[in-house]
Ligand binder design. Structure first.
Ligand SMILES: *[C@@H]1O[C@H](CO)[C@@H](O)[C@H](O)[C@H]1NC(C)=O
Ligand SMILES: *[C@@H]1O[C@H](CO)[C@@H](O)[C@H](O)[C@H]1NC(C)=O
Ligand SMILES: *[C@@H]1O[C@H](CO)[C@@H](O)[C@H](O)[C@H]1NC(C)=O
Length: 201
């Protein structure tokens, strides 16, 4: 089963919110092999995951030890090196046919400044495995065509939450913006969702 994805990345962003205390352990199981879905209700001009990375050479494969991640991602985001990259994550819950917001939301004001910060929850499962660190620290997702070299590794999603999550269907919505020097958001921002279920581990 082949999956092309960097969904781990966005999941971890959300996990930062629920990391507050590690009392209940959850696993996130993806709903669909296609991983990324388009956001609904976004302004015209908003792009999906393909506006962020070219994932042609990136794949994930389900194995008994978790998900095997390998390949490269190429940044195609509409940004300039002097921009600030702002990122928001929100968890939606599917309730009686409608996607409802939850209290789990977060905003990363300057993603590139903290991408390799070991204290960030995405570090051990994502950025630690982006091996061309010197280039990425400099370019981040702000230079079109930058190759993110990912070492092959096993991914196992699990996390602790102090907030009990209702069993059911969730969507992690991630939005990425490039903000120019004047504080103006650039067009062609990205929004995508990853749908799945949280289970008690
Ligand atoms: C998602 O959006 C892309 C780009 O706008 C479009 O090509 C694609 O058909 C959409 N997918 C679905 C399932 O709506
Ligand atoms: C994918 O890999 C091939 C072969 O190494 C390379 O020619 C191509 O440029 C890569 N594409 C992207 C988007 O990284
Ligand atoms: C991408 O990664 C693969 C290994 O996963 C490597 O063989 C290849 O040379 C890399 N570069 C490009 C441009 O695809």
């Amino acid at each position: 089963m082949k999956r092309r994805t960097c969904w781990k990345f966005e999941l971890i962003l959300i996990l930062k919110v629920v990391h507050l205390s590690q009392q209940i352990n959850y696993e996130f199981e993806l709903e669909d092999e296609s991983i990324y879905t388009n956001c609904s209700g976004v302004p015209p001009g908003t792009l999906n995951i393909d506006g962020l990375f070219d994932l042609t050479n990136y794949s994930t494969t389900m194995t008994q030890d978790g998900i095997l991640v390998s390949g490269n991602m190429t940044s195609v985001f509409n940004a300039q090196p002097s921009d600030r990259i702002e990122l928001t994550g929100s968890l939606l819950y599917f309730d009686r046919g409608v996607w409802q917001p939850t209290t789990l939301n977060m905003m990363v004001r300057d993603f590139c400044a903290v991408m390799y910060d070991k204290k960030q929850l995405w570090y051990s499962d994502w950025s630690a495995h982006v091996t061309n660190r010197d280039v990425i620290k400099k370019n981040c997702i702000k230079v079109h065509g930058t190759l993110f070299l990912i070492e092959t590794y096993h991914l196992k999603i699990g996390f602790g939450s102090g907030i009990p999550l209702i069993t059911g269907r969730y969507s992690i919505r991630v939005q990425v913006f490039a903000v120019d020097r004047k504080g103006k958001k650039r067009p062609r921002d990205v929004c995508y969702e990853v749908k799945g279920n949280f289970y008690k581990a």
